[in-house]
Design a protein around this ligand. Structure first.
Ligand SMILES: NC(=O)c1ccc[n+]([C@@H]2O[C@H](COP(=O)([O-])OP(=O)(O)OC[C@H]3O[C@@H](n4cnc5c(N)ncnc54)[C@H](O)[C@@H]3O)[C@@H](O)[C@H]2O)c1
Length: 247
């Protein structure tokens, strides 16, 4: 008897409750994937209910805490049993902005714990499973400021630069296992993260964008869809800009 080929992909997205992560979750769910989300909001939150209504699985995981990540993957693998984890999207991220001379240790650590340490340990757990599979994808959501730096965001910019470095290192180490690792570097995308910025700052950024508009979360999601859809399988170790021409 011929074995039937598995059609859907199993996807884990961190920080998938809102913004870019949610757009990625819904886009991949629409494609037919089986989507799992790690986020740190209580299960009673109405955003969790909303995800569940779309048939997306939710796990309460604090990405800044390696024990919580460990527990999250334990629960995920318990559900997946011997099935594959095909895609990991490291999307959870936070900002704690201030000028460098005012940056305190807590804000430095908080940002690094989520954006860099948490993302790395998710990669580590996922790769151990992915090494046994024929093909898998990791997408790290970095940022344009990881390449350019940014006034008032020394911690955030450095963490996003670190994520680029993690992307390239993992792509080099696990290419032979057919684990494709890429980063996306969005410019200014309209989400809660950017909503809180001062209007003058937003207008100044808008002037620097060639397309004269901010990006939408779906536009990041469509790139994830492309990178993980089977037609981009010679791309690994890359950082792909998605910024409307932000100079
Ligand atoms: N919005 C932008 O303009 C922009 C630009 C470049 C890069 N990014 C990156 O894209 C990603 C998503 O950004 P967004 O704008 O959608 O942000 P957002 O603040 O709207 O969403 C972030 C998500 O991450 C979750 N999260 C935060 N801390 C967590 C933790 N400790 N454990 C688990 N989940 C946690 C939040 O609950 C939320 O669901 C981030 O990594 C961000 O740095 C955003």
């Amino acid at each position: 008897m011929k074995l039937q080929k598995k059609l859907h992909k199993n996807v884990l997205i961190t920080g998938g409750l809102q913004g870019i992560g949610k757009a990625i979750a819904l886009t991949l769910k629409k494609r037919g994937d089986c989507v799992f989300v790690f986020d740190h909001v209580a299960k009673e939150d109405k955003r969790v209910e909303e995800l569940k209504n779309f048939g997306i699985y939710y796990f309460l995981v604090d990405i800044s805490d390696t024990k919580s990540i460990d527990h999250g993957f334990f629960q995920l693998f318990d559900i997946l049993k011997n099935d594959s984890l095909d895609i990991l999207v490291n999307n959870a991220g936070i900002t704690r902005d201030s000028l460098a001379i005012r940056m305190d240790e807590k804000n430095w650590d908080d940002v690094f714990d989520v954006n860099l340490k948490g993302a790395f340990f998710c990669c580590k757990f996922a790769i151990k499973r992915m090494m046994r599979q024929s093909k898998s994808y990791i997408i790290n959501i970095s940022s344009i400021v990881g390449k350019t730096g940014n006034v008032g965001q020394i911690n955030y910019a450095a963490s996003k630069a670190g994520l680029i470095s993690i992307t390239k290192t993992l792509a080099a180490e696990y290419g032979k296992r057919n684990i494709l690792v890429n980063a996306i570097a969005p410019g200014f995308i309209q989400t809660d993260m950017t909503k809180k910025l001062d209007e003058n700052i937003k207008n100044a950024i808008l002037q620097r964008i060639s397309l004269k508009r901010f990006g939408e979360p779906n536009e990041v999601a469509y790139l994830v869809e492309f990178l993980t859809g089977g037609k981009a399988d010679y791309i690994t170790g890359s950082v792909i800009d998605l910024n409307g021409g932000l100079f």
